[in-house]
Design a protein around this ligand. Structure first.
Ligand SMILES: NC(=O)c1ccc[n+]([C@@H]2O[C@H](COP(=O)([O-])OP(=O)(O)OC[C@H]3O[C@@H](n4cnc5c(N)ncnc54)[C@H](O)[C@@H]3O)[C@@H](O)[C@H]2O)c1
Length: 337
């Protein structure tokens, strides 16, 4: 297939692009480089051995999106593009709604106009609100912050689009906590500013960019008192997109919803110790107050994706830490400008 990957130079998109090309798909990317660097493209071309056409514009721009679809044959879209920082979304709600909903509007409009019916969408465990323990896809969706609401709303918009046009096939993929990097160490997560997520933060402590890890609360009702999350290797997550893309071709229903997670919770301290094993030394941390809005435990029930997509996450926490550390060591300040 000729697959348009929106946000294809970002963290999850870039790993998915490599797997798409390896599986024999033709890939084109659209990204405004709002949260990624153009140098990612050189790395992707080196890994895939292919020239990758990259269209650099903002997807909220209807005219440019329409122009792309009018000029390029496209069989399917994987839609990663979006803003994703929960805390920032509380401070900048309008920017989040405008960017995340606006990019979906112009993308889906252009798809409809040009008869593109297959879409894989990046949703998130955040649509389970505070009810994230052993979450199944049937659980009601709600959110506790503007970022989460953009995901709940985009899911609803896409379901409504599918009602209006039964020829469309849409996969809503609810990711848990992607970490890790490509085994080559040449692509990985490159957060701008202070990392919002645990593992990039630990990696920056390990490489000397941050002094210590702040552990937000050790009095949660978990075995060691720290919050548990379902961490999934980004390569397993990328593989979930290929499985969903294949599934679109045989789906009876227009919309399918799947959790992509391992089904296992790992605590903050367990993750820290796993990273210490990868690095080969202890890493400094301090316990500080809980962060408002954090839930104690979040993990997926991935049974539906295992069964219906024929997909299962195979990589361990130690694999995730080893790959993150390889990427971080080789790229201590992230991608070059
Ligand atoms: N990383 C996570 O923990 C996580 C968890 C659940 C869901 N998700 C979702 O997965 C998707 C990808 O996440 P990621 O971690 O790779 O993020 P990322 O920021 O690394 O990648 C997103 C990419 O989209 C681009 N982009 C954003 N808005 C755009 C626009 N209007 N037009 C064109 N390009 C635009 C950015 O420049 C970036 O390259 C996002 O939709 C995110 O909400 C991520």
């Amino acid at each position: 297939m000729r697959v348009l990957v929106s946000g294809g130079t970002g963290y999850i998109g870039s790993h998915t692009v490599v797997q798409l090309v390896a599986a024999g798909h033709d890939v084109l990317i659209v990204d405004n480089f709002g949260n990624s660097k153009p140098s990612v493209v050189n790395r992707l071309e080196a890994l895939t051995g292919r020239h990758l056409p990259v269209h650099s514009f903002d997807l909220t721009d209807h005219d440019k999106t329409e122009h792309l679809f009018a000029n390029e044959p496209i069989d399917a879209v994987i839609h990663f593009a979006g803003l994703k920082a929960v805390g920032e979304s509380v401070e900048l709600p309008l920017e989040y709604y405008e960017n995340n909903l606006g990019s979906t509007f112009s993308l889906v409009r252009a798809m409809r106009r040009h008869g593109v019916t297959k879409l894989v969408f990046s949703s998130s465990a955040t649509v389970y609100g505070t009810d994230q323990e052993a979450a199944t896809e049937e659980r009601p969706t709600f959110a506790t912050n503007p970022y989460g609401w953009t995901k709940v709303m985009q899911e609803q918009i896409l379901r409504d689009v599918a009602v209006a046009d039964p020829s469309v096939r849409i996969a809503l993929l609810r990711y848990f906590n992607p970490i890790g990097a490509h085994a080559s160490g040449t692509i990985g997560e490159d957060p701008q500013g202070i990392p919002n997520n645990l593992v990039p933060f630990i990696a920056q402590v390990a490489v000397g960019r941050r002094e210590f890890l702040s552990v937000y609360g050790d009095d949660y009702p978990t075995p060691d008192g720290t919050g548990q999350r379902d961490y999934i290797h980004v390569e397993d997550l990328a593989a979930g997109h290929l499985a969903a893309l294949n599934r679109l071709g045989t789906m009876d229903e227009p919309v399918g919803t799947w959790n992509l997670g391992t089904g296992q919770g790992t605590s903050v301290l367990e993750m820290l110790h796993a990273f210490e094993r990868a690095v080969g030394r202890e890493l400094p941390y301090r316990v500080v107050d809980r962060r408002p809005g954090d839930v104690a435990v979040s993990y997926a029930d991935p049974a539906k994706a295992n069964r219906e997509l024929g997909w299962v996450a195979t990589r361990t926490i130690d694999d995730m830490c080893a790959d993150t550390w390889r990427w971080q060591q080789a790229n201590p300040t992230g991608y070059p400008d």
